[in-house]
Design a protein around this ligand. Sequence first.
Ligand SMILES: Cc1cc2nc3c(=O)[nH]c(=O)nc-3n(C[C@H](O)[C@H](O)[C@H](O)COP(=O)(O)O)c2cc1C
Length: 203
Amino acid sequence: MTDTPTSFPLPTHRPEVVEFLATRRSNLAKAMEGPGPDVATRDTLLEIAARVPDHRKLAPWRFVIFENEARSNFGQHIATAFMAANPTAPADRAIFEGARLTRAPLVVAVISSPVDCVRGTPVWEQELSSGAVCFNLCLAAQAHGYGAQWLTEWYAYDAGVNAALGLSGNERVAGYIYIGTPTLPASPRVRPEPDSLMTFWGS
Ligand SMILES: Cc1cc2nc3c(=O)[nH]c(=O)nc-3n(C[C@H](O)[C@H](O)[C@H](O)COP(=O)(O)O)c2cc1C
C-alpha cells in the first residue's frame, strides 16, 4: 500500500499530541473489559501499527489476532505448556493460565519475522522495528480511547506455545498487545530523570 497523501507537510506543533506522549501510561491488561475496537477500528490500529521505521521496507513483522473464543482456545495451549513445565502446580493454576488472553477483548501477538538478507538490514534492526510496531499499536489504541498494554509474560518464550502460535524459522514474539476498555485509571510510575540518561560526547 502506498501513502494516500502524495506529499507531507512539515511538522507543526501539536500540543495535544505532545501532552498525550508526555503523560502516556500503559493500562493493566488485568483491569480491562469490553468493548474492544470494532473490526474497522481494529484494522485501522493495525495499519497505524505497521507505519513504523523499517530499514529497506522489509516489513519484518506480522500480526496474530485473538478475539472471542480464539483467546480461550489458544489459552489451552498456554495452560498445557504451563502444566507440562510445572507438573506439581495446583489444577486451578491451569484455569488461570488458560484465561490469560481473555483479560482483554482484543489481543494482538506481534511477531518479529526477520528477513534473512546477506549484507542487508541486520536482524537487530529488524527486531527493533518490531518493537516500534508494538509501541505504535499501543499508542494507536490509546489515541482511539482504548487501554493498551504490551506484555510478554512467560508464554512468549515457550517453545510449545510458540509452535501453537505458528512461529517458524527465526520468528519470535515481540509482544502480546492487550487492548480493551480500561476499568481503572493508571497510577503514577517513577520515570528516570532525563539528566541521568544523558552524557555529552566530548565533554
Ligand atoms: C518487550 C516488553 C515486554 C513486557 N512484558 C511485560 C510483562 O510480561 N509483564 C509486565 O507487567 N509488564 C511488561 N512490560 C511492561 C509494560 O508494557 C509497561 O511498560 C509497564 O506496565 C509500565 O507501564 P508504562 O508503559 O506506563 O511505563 C513489557 C514491556 C516490554 C517493552
